[in-house]
Design a protein. Structure first.
Ligand code: F6P
Length: 359
């Protein structure tokens, strides 16, 4: 009996998706030869819901190791809407089960972030054989030391910070760069340290504006006329940190802001009379080819997932712990976020090398 393996990529794209797809496919062909069929599902859960999929062939997986994005396409299909019947009257969960059965799958591999994993867990609870693979530039999936895509984005964000130093030093300006990461500050922390940001602002360490200004003024006092501030997209001040998410969003909407970046710029310009600029690289951070590290990690994760298919071990997601590839039960990680621990050694390291956190 041939194995039939479905594969989809869901949520925001990131470098390493194709490398992981390739890793899975090559390892499946290596293990099963002609006795495996791989079905590519188009645009994540959207394709599973609407029955958009196609049989793939070995050549589809060639030449994609170093290509960014995903050959399968992706989409955001929020978990919160999965069980909701909307105007189109489609029962999304039932459709996914029906299409899984129609495809006669032995199992489905889902490459995605936190939202994807929640839906993967839901499908596993419905009796489908699911294997997750942890993707996101945010590195915030619970139970794994690292996700694929993260280190590529760290490289890109570090490059952005390096380049901003040029203008910062030449013009003696304060450059405030907003780095993606709507919940966790990993990307800002790593790229901030790698790029030598003077101030790093992450959601896990709420800030006050006066502390940020004080850090910049300390540098001016030391005849450093410029500063580079790396701010995570999800950063919040001490007052906002006490609010519920909805309340925080409403508070920001009142002030016409969705992130704190422009607030920091305004405060430094008005209160500190400093020449400031905001820079938002946004999706640049998700683009481009995966780094060498991510190509290796994606290959490891993909090959490990093929091993799980061979063992028929389902309801799990692949992870890296202490440099060993392993797996976690989906039900243990779904719905949890891996945050930066403010007492982490890395935070202490950053403080030791003179980085301020605005706290
Ligand atoms: O989850 C990855 C991520 O890049 C976040 O850092 C960011 O907040 C979000 O995706 C942006 O999503 P979209 O591409 O849907 O705007």
């Amino acid at each position: 009996m041939k194995k039939r393996v479905g594969i989809l990529t869901s949520g925001g794209d990131c470098p390493g998706l194709n490398a992981t797809i390739r890793g899975v496919a090559k390892a499946l062909y290596h293990r099963f030869g002609d006795d495996v069929e791989i079905i590519g599902i188009v645009a994540g859960y959207h394709g599973l819901i609407h029955g958009e999929y196609h049989m793939m062939k070995p050549s589809d997986f060639s030449g994609i190791l170093n290509v960014g994005g995903t050959i399968l396409g992706t989409a955001r299909t929020p978990y919160s809407k999965m069980k909701v019947i909307e105007d189109d009257k489609i029962d999304k969960v039932q459709n996914m089960i029906t299409n899984y059965k129609k495809m006669k799958l032995d199992c489905l591999l889902t490459l995605g972030g936190n939202g994807t994993h929640k839906t993967s867990n839901l499908l596993a609870e419905q009796g489908l054989n699911i294997i997750g693979l942890p993707k996101t530039i945010d590195n915030d999936i619970f139970g794994t030391d690292v996700t694929f895509g993260f280190h590529s984005a760290v490289n890109t964000a570090t490059d952005v910070i390096d380049r901003l130093h040029t203008t910062a030093t030449s013009h003696k300006r304060v450059m405030v760069v907003e780095i993606m990461g709507n919940k966790a500050g990993w990307l800002t922390l790593y790229s901030g340290i790698a790029g030598g940001a003077d101030v790093i602002i992450i959601p896990e360490i709420p800030f006050t504006l006066d502390k940020i200004l004080a850090a910049v003024e300390r540098r001016i006092g030391r005849k450093k006329g410029f500063s580079v501030i790396a701010v995570a997209e999800g950063a919040m001040d001490k007052k906002e940190a006490k609010m519920k998410k909805k309340e925080r969003l409403a508070y920001r909407a009142e002030n016409g802001e969705s992130t704190v970046t422009n607030r920091i710029v305004r405060y430094l310009a008005e209160k500190g009379e400093l020449d400031c600029r905001a820079v938002v690289p946004g999706h640049f951070l998700r683009g481009g080819p995966p780094s060498a590290y991510d190509r290796v990690l994606s290959s490891q994760f993909g090959a490990y997932a093929a091993g799980l298919v061979a063992q028929e071990k389902y309801g799990v997601t692949v992870a890296l712990k202490n440099n060993q590839v392993c797996d976690n039960p989906l039900k243990e990680i779904a719905g949890k976020t891996k945050f930066v621990d403010p007492n982490d050694q890395l935070i202490a390291t950053a403080r030791d090398v003179g980085t301020a956190f605005g706290d």
